[in-house]
Design a protein around this ligand. Structure first.
Ligand code: CA
Length: 223
């Protein structure tokens, strides 16, 4: 899962980025509204954390422009505590949720998890696919009740496929959502990670759909 953080406070930006990376996300960052708008307009994100008070272009304008251009990724706004009018303007502009400053990082992480889950149509924090269970809260996975040891790349891949369970996900989509913008993207590495993941969760769980990509689904539901 790939997240964009748009926050001009350098310390806060770093804290958010570090907490998100520790939780297993790939993160891009921007420090002003124009840079943030550009990234959100051109790169695919699973969620965005957007500050309202930004140099160059304020967060509400950034959000309005994205929504007007049909960008529908979940957006969590960071607002000043006593500015209720900002919250109303933000939600009217297309925000999905907000957190008032100062906040606990755990709250931001919980809200981001929920936004990503809901965008993929999952209501609970645990996503189950046959014998495989993904706990989005602890960033852990198990198969047949046994905890799996996954590298961060493998977890991200499994998490993305599980969030889009039953759908065919292309290699390009996986590359875009599993790596940040600076990563040297070689889609062959996706095949390597799929291979490793198959060894851990069972070879029949992830289906290769020729020419299209990959799909995870419970074996009994396979056609
Ligand atoms: Ca700010």
């Amino acid at each position: 899962m790939r997240i964009l953080v748009v926050e001009d406070d350098v310390n806060l930006n770093r804290q958010l980025v570090e907490a998100l990376q520790e939780a297993g996300y790939v993160v891009d960052k921007a420090f002003d509204g124009e840079e943030g708008h550009f990234l959100g307009d051109t790169e695919p994100y699973d969620a965005v954390i957007l500050d309202i008070g930004l140099p160059e272009m304020d967060g509400i304008t950034v959000l309005e422009k994205w929504r007007a251009a049909g960008r529908i990724m979940p957006v969590l706004l960071l607002t000043a505590r006593d500015r209720w009018s900002d919250k109303v303007a933000g939600i009217d502009a297309g925000a999905d949720d907000y957190v008032a400053k100062p906040f606990h990082l755990e709250e931001v992480l919980a809200r981001i998890r929920a936004l990503i889950r809901r965008a993929a149509g999952h209501a609970s924090s645990e996503i189950v696919c046959g014998p495989v269970r993904l706990d989005t809260k602890s960033s852990k996975a198990s198969v047949d009740g046994k905890a799996m040891k996954l590298t961060s790349h493998e977890y991200r891949l499994l998490s993305y496929l599980m969030h889009h369970m039953g759908e065919v996900v292309s290699r390009t989509e996986l590359v875009e959502h599993l790596y940040d913008q600076d990563f040297d993207r070689d889609s062959n590495t996706i095949e390597v990670f799929v291979g490793r993941l198959r060894k851990k969760i069972g070879t029949d769980m992830i289906e290769t759909v020729r020419g299209l990509g990959y799909r995870i689904q419970a074996p009994q539901e396979a056609k």
